[in-house]
Design a protein. Sequence first.
Length: 337
Amino acid sequence: TWDKNKVMNWREGIEKDLGEVIQTDQIFVNVSKGEFAKEADLRKVFGTIDNEEICRKILKTGELQVSDKERDVHLEVVFRDIVQLVVERCIQPQTGRQLTAPMVEGALKSLGFSVQPDQAPKRQALKAIELLCAELPDNIARAKMRLRIVCAEELGDAILAHLKENVMGVRIDDEGHDAARETRSITFVCDPSHYRELDRLVTVTHAGSNITLQIVASAVIAEGACDATAAGASSSALPVALPLPSPLPLQVMTEGVGGGDADAAAVEGLAAAAAAAQGAKAAAPTKKGSKCSTCKTILDNPADYREHCRSEWHNRNLSRKVNDQPPLTWEEFENDF
């Protein structure tokens, strides 16, 4: 018998000790009756009679059988991850402000979005974004990226002309010149769909020309959407970016975006729009932050929520939920631990 969380940790490379994952390396035909598999059958199916090697193959490619309650818990966790990824990558087109988790959750449910337990949350989040932007274009839009291209001074004009001619909706934010290094930097905002094209421009078209593409921010939102408590925050301020610790030549997600208090009117408007698209009424609840329904706690931002879902406290409460036991509070978990 295997613990589901241990199996998932093994597949993700977190757990490396086979003895911590399985209770025995014996291969059964029928575990309830205690019937062991015959060596001839093992060799025919797995090509070996080495029990440990067979266990590793089963752990890697075998189908994980779970109860209905465990499946529901897993789907809930995946759905929450999808919602947080959508929150980090999308904005309200009229205001440029970030969406809240309750708004996204309500819209996806109203549109009948189906979670696939065997697909990665990031891949499903991209599909969810396509669905939301197509069905609710007045309420949800993909946030733009802020990028920077650094190139030789003599190549700067050609790069700038390419951006203006080929990148639809591009906005040049800043141009810099480094006389000592004879380089030029162009900082601009564009739709994420242009990233691959720009990456090919840098790595293929101008390969060997001392040119780099950097991500300054993966999501550009309106000022005040990150920190609702910031003094003097204004919803009419110009869009600013969520900065990464340092420019990176690959696409990454910016973390640390807080949910804040959901605006009641915005929540109701988005839910109504989703209901109209599906021909049914729906309402998205107003909540603060990102709530973990398993542990009955609220996290300040998506990064904290993802970290919480990887914690021992959360895993312990998932097991208790499957067994119809009430969740442990943080204090109870610490005392028990």
